[in-house]
Design a protein. Structure first.
Lengths: 256, 287, 256, 287, 287, 256
């Protein structure tokens, strides 16, 4: 049931157009919604092209077992999971080694942005469910997770924003889709705290020359800056929404 | 964070006020005892799944997805396709759920939904056979609750039947009958052969009151629950009592009668929503 | 190795006689023994036809880990397991999803009968091992478990008693055996506390009309009342036995 | 509940009195050092198993069951049937046992019994071959202790050999030699081909005393144990030292000699019990 | 016991002195910021493995072993052999490691090493095919850290490439092409076909300092790390940032430049060590 | 891929020479190194022929969870694992039932030698990794573990020393290699505390007559006495080495 004959695959045509119609430095359509779930303390859905990442946040809350708590700061937990039907061939529900590695690097990408020392002995939990996977799930996951953290009111140095750059032949490209990820020549996912300039996730597979790597990293950072604006807009909309609800008396607290 | 504030303020009101409301025949969200919350169904919402639906039952949200693949039939059922139902209760939907091995409730949820589909013979399994005894279609149904505001069983049941109703199976051409080889043509599709549409109704018992479609607020103080599924012929096709506590004989009969009374209305609503609601990935706009 | 050709199977013959010689409203031979194990605090073996369920009880005892304890009442734990050789094809020792679901519904069937609030912060444990499975294992399990609880001296509102009714064609039948369970048209296991009239387990698969369901439920309750009498007799025998042992000085305590 | 009361009262007596009794050459239940508790064997007690036995060793009760199925032989042993021994130590038998993954002791128990059967070549594995290299019989032996009053190893060993002695294998007709297809005729059965009858003897060391067949009371205060299994020829076919503590060279030799001295008596008893005791499901009456 | 004493005494010095040393451009063990500790490679140290090497990176010791076996290729890659990389972080190497299911770090370690091998196309997988689509060689690489004094990633990477360089594959004769049967001739061997030699460089960030090849003392206080692997052509073939904390753009560029600057020197050292160091089981004498 | 045709296998030739050139009562070449790892508190590598066992020791240290600690003595934990590449066919990393059983008997072989009551409420941990397996891995493991315990400074009644005897035909042999273990007629691994004469591990599979068993057990004990001397020599070398290091000022402690 292999669907793509690699030899015939043209990822960028002679006019510089990619398989989904984009140019080399264009992002996929981006949709962001914050606070879409009621039960979670913070939530966000981020769609980058066909990739859909849902993130929820709980905490800070008491840590069990207690001897695992850190007396100086909150512990951050992150879990990245893919829905069984998010990919072509059904994924088993048990987490794969890939899902476990991504849970780790996503946690480490978010950690530097959070004021963990405000909440000693507690735990903050981030859960990400990939509803559909079409390339760039880890970067969509990070974008969703940092918005869900903000929605939950967790104090942060700044949002964390992520996108991949990559290489297709001798061309640097931005925000790889699934086909480019699988049949391209290199994938370079990057996460950054735009407010401080810190790169908090950096991975690469495939190969890139030293020079091309610098160009790709710069391209990713440009993409991050665009996405960051969109994240901030979405957050603003969310807070306006909440303000209206509170003034409108939807919360019982305001009934008295 | 705000929903939690909302909830903690509620919970002080809750326990004291709910009983007095119930005494007057009212529920905290204004419903009558046998009212179901509003149902919204967004079909075919995951393009990579062969079938999918996102269902809102009030604020409860459940996503169900269907994957279709080739498999070997069971030896003693060479002329039947296969289906398997799973439920993943992740902390996405509720802080009460944990990662790790499946909880008792997630197993119960999957098995209750599975039994209703199986007992009602909803899917025509014989039409899923490609080469008898050799190759059949296997239907994997997976339930992902996204937001738990109570009554995950009925919401999951709705999401699953809606997802099955949107499911399409590719064409399978037999290329070598003896060796059992098959060529799958992804572009030629037909709908999954369905012959029933079971609907489930879950009742909560609080004190001596029986309430249909409990919210999470009501679940917090209920003693137990009873789920009854009804098929197209108006027959009962599945029952499950859950949680501690007991039902009187009469309470069971009342619940059964309500379920039979309501089933056509709900079934019509499901069919209507599937017909009229936006289909495909852009449906996410409506969330 | 399929043994039964479903098309030729006649579950009730023209004289209304079932595969094992019973009429529609007859129970299978029932054998009950209470207190047959020394090490467990309470134990019972219940045989319904060829189905054999052994139950043991421990507690109330201290709950570990402590933060899982309930400050208001005892926690009840129940585990239902089938011996590997209890069925035609060997069952793997790891609990199946079916065994886990039955553990849950059995626990919930017993819970309402037990005075859990007498023993805050403790745990009461019920273990059921199906030695042979020939239909109705969950109802035999409940009958054995409530006797084992009584044998262990756990205070209860009343015994919990269980039996299945079902449908074969247009006939309602009582206490299904394995063949009727597999090839019949509906199975309706019911558990009740006869002393209070509370139905504490109710499940159904297969299909039944509204009317037939009411008849089947009533039939199950009639069966429950018969079994309940037999449970009480068995308990009485057990307590007489114990009384004799104590008066007869078998216990060291009475040597002084 | 009463057994626990009994036990707790005992335990105060126990530790103080047991040593003084042992000094006088006596055990708390009146036995001499090398006495085995009474053995009762109820054979063929589970109809759905191809073989089974319930064994009483004093108050210790162990149920063993055998299931027989078709399997592929190991590649490097095309002319041998297979057998696998498992032990399920559930809380049914003792509050010391837990549900969950197998404990170290349950693994040790299964492997010790397995080794004695394997080393004695009790089962004639070549006679279990149907098509060499393709299909053989697999014998699954599962041990379920029901009541642990000490010495589960010897009780399990007895239950397993008794269960194997009652085991019957259906006839397998080869229907297609090339494709390795086989038809099983359940009604035509033959006994499992057995060529030995290993018996195990477990000794506990308490202080400087060596006791055969320890009860749970004795196990509570023993330092260590030694199990020695003897085959039909009077050879040692398995040894296992267990628990911390050590044995002197002489103590090992004494245990070995006692085992060899006792083996014929116990083996005869097993054969007799299997011949004379009620067989079949009604044997449960005798429990 | 003594190493612990040593360490606890160190740790009081450590945190206070390390920063002041770094300010002067020095590291606690006397190295400059971009110095790698001494590397020693003992090849072919496990006779039963088809390839193996024990690597010292300063006091860090990692053993890697390679097993070769027959396997079926993936359906969509009929013309490629397989390789799988695993890492077992047992308490042998450090009290920080635990038995049980693989930790996040052990999964990361295995995947980072695997990616560098895969991206550099170090192993010529097409030369591992025996019958296309039917039988290929599978290469299992397993990493066992024995002593963790920091920078397990680079040490593991070195151990793995050295183990692969010593790996020999037996001859496989096709005996039945249709049925896909193969005869393995263990005595006729050829080296594993390798076409690249990726080298990884791991940098730690402490305060604003970037240090190459951190020791465990340095890892204890680092904020984060960055691993960059370079292939034969001087291209980057893998990157992994690890731990919390972030890198500035410039820091990444510096690390990348250092890695490219150092790669030939390290690659030459590996080749030399493999050529000159004692090979085979007696190499253990040199530990 | 079977390598050895059992029928043609001659384990002892007509001159009484075994497959690896030894006589019946000869040990394999023995190599012992103590304290070869820096991070572990105690370590030792023991090679018996081609079998290589590496042992490390940690503790006594605080026990978690606390309610599992013993108020009267330290708890000893031991884990025996084989490297995946230590055997002909790759072993899966998950511990097999064999590895779990050996972990238990090795723990019980070491336990009687350690002064556990000196350290109540603590845990002492022993980890053994078999780097290469060529017969006698459990005895090599015990020899290495007791040296690692000594290296860690854990007080003991004496070292524990182990070797197997066995039967090949009608011949008793010492220290079986892999071929003798697999194709011989009996294997009798023995561990002893030579200082007290206590046998702390004793297992056997295969068959032996009563008489031959006594001879094999005596032969094993003779082998143990030889190995014990070698263990003591290795420990002495280790302590001299350490003394030199300390006097030589390698430890920071001696700088003041």
């Amino acid at each position: 049931m292999k669907e793509i004959d690699e030899s015939k695959l043209i990822l960028i045509d002679s006019n510089g157009i990619r398989t989904d119609g984009r140019r080399w430095n264009e992002l996929r359509p981006l949709r962001i919604r914050v606070g879409i779930l009621d039960r979670a303390e913070g939530s966000a859905l981020v769609e980058m092209g066909k990739t859909k990442a849902l993130a929820t946040v709980y905490g800070p809350k008491e840590m069990f077992p207690k001897h695992m708590a850190n007396p100086d700061r909150a512990i951050l937990r992150a879990a990245y999971r893919m829905a069984t039907f998010s990919v072509e061939e059904r994924k088993k529900p048990q987490p794969s080694r890939r899902e476990l590695e991504l849970s780790k690097v996503i946690k480490e990408a978010l950690e530097p942005a959070i004021m963990l020392h405000y909440y000693p002995r507690t735990v903050i939990e981030v859960y990400i469910l990939i509803l559909q996977a079409d390339g760039g799930t880890r970067t969509a996951a990070i974008n969703a997770a940092s918005l869900a953290l903000a929605d939950a009111g967790i104090p942060m140095k700044g949002l964390v924003t992520a996108v991949a750059a990559g290489r297709v032949g001798d061309q640097v490209v931005l925000d790889l889709n699934d086909v480019e990820d699988k049949y391209g020549d290199a994938d370079l996912p990057v996460a950054m705290i735009p407010a401080t300039g810190e790169i908090t996730l950096l991975q690469m597979d495939g190969t890139m020359s030293s020079d091309m790597f610098e160009r790709a990293l710069k391209l990713a950072i440009e993409g991050i800056n665009i996405i960051y604006e969109r994240q901030r807009d979405a957050l603003k909309r969310r807070f306006l929404e909440l303000k209206e609800k509170i003034l409108g008396g939807e919360f019982y607290a305001s009934r008295d | 964070m705000l929903p939690e504030i909302k909830r903690s303020i509620l919970s002080s009101l809750e326990k004291s006020t709910m009983y007095s409301l119930l005494k007057d025949g009212k529920r905290i969200d204004g419903r009558n005892f046998y009212d179901i919350r509003s149902i919204k169904i967004l079909p075919s919402i995951i393009e990579k799944a062969e079938g999918s639906a996102l269902v809102y039952l009030g604020n409860t949200k459940v996503l169900a997805g269907v994957k279709v693949s080739l498999a070997r039939p069971f030896e003693d059922m060479p002329n039947q396709g296969l289906f398997v139902t799973g439920a993943e209760l992740t902390p996405v939907a509720s802080p009460a759920f944990e990662l790790g091995p499946p909880s008792y409730f997630s197993i119960e949820l999957a098995r209750v939904v599975d039994r209703a589909i199986r007992s009602s013979e909803m899917i025509d399994l014989e039409k899923l056979v490609i080469i008898p005894g050799e190759i059949v279609w296997m239907i994997n149904i997976d339930i992902y609750p996204l937001d738990d505001d109570g009554n995950l069983i009925d919401a999951s049941m709705l999401a699953v039947i809606a997802a099955l109703m949107t499911t399409e199976i590719p064409k399978a051409e037999i290329t070598d009958l003896e060796k059992g080889k098959v060529n799958v043509i992804k572009d030629e599709k037909r709908p999954l052969p369905l012959v029933d549409l079971p609907i489930s109704f879950t009742f909560a018992k609080i004190g001596d009151y029986i309430l249909l479609d409990p919210s999470s607020t009501e679940e917090n103080i209920m003693q137990n629950r009873l789920t009854i599924a009804i098929n197209n012929k108006g027959e009962i096709c599945s029952i499950q009592k859950g949680e501690g506590g007991g039902f009187k004989f009469n309470e069971v009969i009342i619940a059964k009668n309500i379920a039979i009374e309501k089933v056509n209305e709900v079934r019509k609503l499901v069919v209507n929503q599937l017909a009229k609601n936006p289909r495909g990935p852009n449906a996410w706009e409506y969330i």
